[in-house]
Write a protein that binds this ligand. Sequence first.
Ligand SMILES: Nc1ncnc2c1ncn2[C@@H]1O[C@H](COP(=O)(O)O)[C@@H](OP(=O)(O)O)[C@H]1O
Ligand SMILES: [Mg+2]
Length: 302
Amino acid sequence: MTVQAVADDHAVAAELAAEAGRLLLNVRDEVGFADARALKDTGDVRAHEYLMAALAERCPGDAVLSEEGRSAVAGKRAVAGGGADRAPTRNTADAERLTADRVWIVDPLDGTREFSEEGRRDWAVHVALWRRDGSDGGRLVAGAVALPAQGLTLRTDATGGACLVRADAGQPAEAALRVPSPDAGKLRIAVSRTRPPEFVRRLAERLDLDVELVPIGSAGAKISAVLLGEVDAYVHAGGQYEWDSAAPVAVAVAAGAHASRVDGSALNYNRKDPRLPDILVCHPTSASTLLTGIRDVHDALS
Ligand SMILES: Nc1ncnc2c1ncn2[C@@H]1O[C@H](COP(=O)(O)O)[C@@H](OP(=O)(O)O)[C@H]1O
Ligand SMILES: [Mg+2]
C-alpha cells in the first residue's frame, strides 16, 4: 500500500516554512550582522523553536527530526537572544521516531553561514514529511523550501506536482514548477561555497560539455536553483544530513527532477543514523551523463 500525504500536509509544510522564513528575516533586522555567531545561533534556535511549537500544535502525535533538536545541540546551547535561558526543544526520541508512521524532517535554517552575511539570499528553511510506506521503509510525501530573502517558497502540492509561491507582491501568487532541461552542450553545476568537493572539479574536466561550477550556499538554495533553471545540477559529497536534503528533494522529485546518491542509489530518510553524505539533483536527461562521469572520476581516483 502506498501512503500519500493528505492535502493539508502540503499546506502545513509550506505555511510553516514561509512563516519560519519571515521570522528569520526579522531576526536579521533585530540582531544585525556585527556578531555573526550571535546571528547564526539566534536564527537557528528561534526558527527551530517556532517549527517545533507549530508542528506540535498543527500535527500533534507526529514525530520530528530537526537539525537543532539533536541532543548534542539541544544540550549545549541556550536560546540565543530570546531572553529565555533554556535549551532548545529536543527531537522525538529515536526509538519513537523509528517506529512512527509520520515524521517531519526539518532544517530550521539551512545555509546558516550565508544567513549571517549581509546581502546574501542563499539560505533556506526546510520542512518535509516522511511517511511509512510498508513495514520496512517509507518515503517523502510532502515538502517545502522557503527562500525568505528571495521572497519565494517552493513546495509540493496535492496533485503530486510542485509549485512556486511568490510572496513579494502582496498576495502570494502560485505557479506550477517543473525542472527545466539544460541547454545543449552546457551544464552549470551548483557546488558548496565553502566545501566544494574536489571530485566535482575533476568531473567538470572529464565531461564532454561546457561546464560551469556555480558556488551557492545552502543545499535548499542549490536544489531550488536547479528547479528555477538558474543552474542545471547540484552535486555534493563529503558530508550532509537528512535535514539538509529532505524538503528540497521532496519538491525536486515532485517537480520532475532526478534525485539520488552520487552512485545512483536511492536517498532514504528517517534512518537511525541521519547522515546522508552525498547527493545528485538534476534534470532526468542529465542523470546518466553525470552518474557515469562521477563513477569514472571515482574509478580513476581509486
Ligand atoms: N561536509 C559536510 N559535513 C556536514 N555537513 C555538511 C557538509 N557539507 C555541507 N554540509 C551541510 O549542508 C548544508 C549546505 O552546505 P553548503 O552551503 O556548504 O552547501 C549546510 O547545512 P546548515 O547550514 O544547515 O548547517 C552544511 O552544514
Ligand atoms: Mg542544513
